[in-house]
Ligand binder design. Structure first.
Ligand SMILES: Nc1ncnc2c1ncn2[C@@H]1O[C@H](COP(=O)(O)OP(=O)(O)OP(=O)(O)O)[C@@H](O)[C@H]1O
Ligand SMILES: [Mg+2]
Length: 393
């Protein structure tokens, strides 16, 4: 009975599912030491009784802005705990896009019993001032996705918060960190960045493939059962996520692939688990313009697909042999070496395959390692097998 539930909770691969949760922030942010240093340099006085800091953090989607700031606030609070009582409130302005919603969120985070109804922004500011009266207390207000607030309600509340000390007899009560995606920079540019100080602006770059690989490796090591995910699988994942530069995508691919492998009863992630997850991504570039490639490029690709069904990658040498086998099957004379390379290059340009010089081979000939992170080789092979006969006629 209920054997169909056997795999639930079996944990063949996913050891700590929470590691893949959207609000999980690892202790160590891999490859972001320099940015962490930049952010810390804007808060050098925070350990002093009247010190405050300000920062504006911008960067593309999934570049780790939220993680950077959350990690920083947690670390900072611990670091100065014996000097100062610092609290931090993280407001996501997507959910709180008006001044009063922002203030409600701040006040209620500090005091969950605070009445939330019927208070205006001014009263909420007074409440906040009162809450922070105690000696030595300080608050860092993080306004994440602040463009939602700016678009909706302007920047007034930001300045009111930063001037919170003006009516009282204290100084150094509040620090502010604003976060936004880069695309809305122009809106931030004039409205906020100049008034917060241009030198307080931290630009977070997107991740490249090797950055994504490090992040995926870290999640594997903390979230998966040892021995369930090879380096090749991690390479495939970082290749698939590289065009977006989005760490979230790499992490979601790892989790998705792990779940797929588990639900088919395996304890090892295979490349098809990754590829099947990639094609479900919302903005998966549909690089299936396979119809338009020359017939012999199709034959090259078919050879590759057949091998990539079983392996994460194939060397260019193997690929050429596979191409010859396919030519024989379709009764074609194989084209020469140079033409074969031309076809490989084109397939890579069209994002159908990814071709990389193997690390150990750099400077020794031009052996390439070929993989297919964006598509499922078995699907592509099936399409090619129907297309090729008509193209060769
Ligand atoms: N350097 C890193 N090391 C480990 N994990 C990271 C790193 N950078 C980002 N991540 C993880 O990647 C995911 C996306 O990061 P985050 O949410 O911080 O991106 P973001 O820039 O805030 O994106 P958005 O613009 O969509 O808000 C999170 O799960 C985060 O923990
Ligand atoms: Mg974010």
């Amino acid at each position: 009975m209920s054997s169909y539930l056997d795999r639930i909770g079996a944990g063949f691969i996913l050891n700590k599912p929470e590691v893949f949760g959207f609000d999980y922030v690892p202790e160590i942010l891999v490859g972001r030491e320099e940015l962490q240093g930049q952010l810390a340099s804007l808060f050098t006085t925070i350990g002093h009784p009247e010190g405050t800091g300000r920062a504006v953090v911008t960067g593309p989607v999934g570049s780790g802005k939220t993680a950077l700031v959350k990690r920083f606030c947690d670390d900072l609070i611990r670091h100065v705990a014996d000097k100062r009582n610092i609290k931090y409130v993280h407001v996501n302005c997507r959910n709180a896009s008006t001044a009063s919603r922002v203030m409600q969120k701040i006040v209620q985070d500090l005091d969950p019993g605070h009445p939330d109804r019927g208070l205006g922004v001014g009263e909420l500011l007074t409440s906040l001032r009162r809450m922070l009266q105690g000696d030595n207390s300080h608050i860092i207000v993080v306004l994440d996705e602040v463009d939602h607030l700016l678009r909706h309600s302007g920047d007034d509340i930001i300045y009111k918060l930063m001037r919170i000390d003006e009516d009282g007899n204290r100084t150094g009560t509040l620090s502010a960190i604003l976060i936004s995606q880069e695309q809305v920079l122009d809106m931030l540019e004039n409205a906020v960045i100049s008034r917060l100080g241009r030198s307080n602006h931290i630009r977070v770059p997107p991740y490249d493939e090797s950055g994504l690989l490090k992040i995926a490796t870290q999640r594997r090591d903390i979230g998966l059962v040892a021995g369930t995910c090879t380096e090749e699988i991690l390479n495939l994942i970082s290749q698939a996520a590289a065009p977006s530069g989005d760490a979230r995508q790499a992490i979601e691919l790892l989790e998705g692939a792990a779940k797929r492998a588990e639900s088919s009863g395996r304890s090892l992630i295979e490349s098809k688990d990754v590829q099947k997850t990639v094609i479900t991504l919302p903005n998966n570039v549909d690089s299936m313009n396979i119809e338009d490639i020359p017939p012999h490029a199709m034959l090259v690709l078919l050879g590759l697909c057949r091998r990539l069904k079983k392996k994460e990658n194939v060397t260019s040498g193997e690929a050429e042999k596979l191409y010859h086998v396919v030519c024989e099957e379709y009764d074609q004379d194989p084209k020469g070496h140079t033409t074969f390379w031309k076809h490989l290059k084109r397939l890579a340009q069209e994002d159908i395959i990814v071709s990389k010089t193997a690390k150990s081979d750099v400077g020794r000939g031009r052996t390439q390692h070929i993989s297919m992170p964006h598509m499922l080789p078995s699907d592509v092979a099936r399409r090619l097998e129907t297309l090729i006969p008509s193209r060769l006629r």
